[in-house]
Design a protein around this ligand. Structure first.
Ligand code: ADP
Length: 257
């Protein structure tokens, strides 16, 4: 808290008391801290792949290029780390766009089923690599007020996470239902789950329950932050239900058309 004090002096110079103004700046300090953490996180996330690209390319230039095996394996690392940098920068740009005050999206009647199935299609390679399967529970399509591309990004992000954070041979269930006002899309997995203490934090930028696991799977830690912004831009809501070692369900509500 910030406090200002001023003495109150009477007509004849007599001391009457003190006026104290208390101003709560807790929120300002918190925002400033969030901003500082963000810059520190971005710098760290960028530095890791850059260090690796620099190191491996220098070793190659120093002569390692003459060994075919080394050449190939170092080039693979450099390529992988460049991809990582590219993903990170793309996600950062996307996030900064959706965080602008005047960010708007165009909402038009959109088939939730269409979006869900197209999103599933885009992630099948990842799914098959882990010998996993989709279960689809769509008794009836629901039309929502949506931005086709953004909703696709929401779906693919959620499905990609469901696959990443699940063991092989499990199922990802894609469900659509509705209530009076909202079309409801749910992606449920049989994966590692999220501890109760962490559930609210997974939407924070760069927050990962297990940094190494997320990084190995190509995650940037920004996916759910972006998803949440997109859902909110649709005037929707997102909920998480999860149990460690049982699985996670991400439920998105989007206003009906
Ligand atoms: P990442 O790129 O790390 O996947 P996200 O923002 O998409 O970043 O998710 C943040 C974190 O939330 C992940 O690192 C992971 O720890 C956790 N998480 C997200 N989805 C799931 C899920 N379906 N099951 C278990 N943990 C999850």
């Amino acid at each position: 808290n910030e406090a200002y004090g001023a003495p109150v002096i009477g007509d004849h110079g007599s001391w009457l008391g003190v006026v104290i103004v208390l101003h709560d700046i807790t929120d300002l300090i918190r925002l400033e801290q969030v901003r500082k953490d963000f810059v520190a996180n971005v710098s760290h996330e960028l530095r890791t792949p850059i260090t690796s690209i620099k190191g491996f390319s220098e070793t190659l230039l120093d002569g390692a290029y003459q060994d075919k095996t080394m050449l190939l394996s170092f080039l693979e690392i450099i390529h992988k780390e460049s991809n990582r940098l590219q993903m990170l920068v793309n996600d950062l740009l996307e996030l900064s766009k959706v965080e602008q005050q005047n960010y708007t999206i165009t909402l038009a009647p959109t088939s939730l089923q269409d979006v869900a199935l197209r999103g599933a299609e885009l992630t099948t390679q990842h799914l098959e690599e882990k010998n996993m399967a989709f279960a689809v529970e769509i008794p009836k399509d629901v039309m929502v007020k949506g931005d086709d591309n953004r909703l696709m990004q929401v779906v693919t992000n959620l499905i990609a996470n469901a696959i990443t954070y699940s063991p092989p041979n499990t199922t990802v269930t894609i469900r659509i239902r509705e209530n009076e006002e909202y079309g409801i899309l749910e992606i449920e997995d049989e994966g590692i789950g999220i501890d109760e203490k962490e559930i609210q934090r997974v939407f924070e930028r760069f927050y990962r329950v297990d940094r190494a696991r997320s990084r190995n799977s190509g995650g940037t830690g920004l996916g759910l932050a972006i998803v949440k912004h997109f859902v909110e831009a649709h005037h929707g809501k997102i909920f998480v239900r999860s149990e460690v070692a049982k699985g996670t369900a991400m439920t998105v509500w989007i206003p009906k058309a």
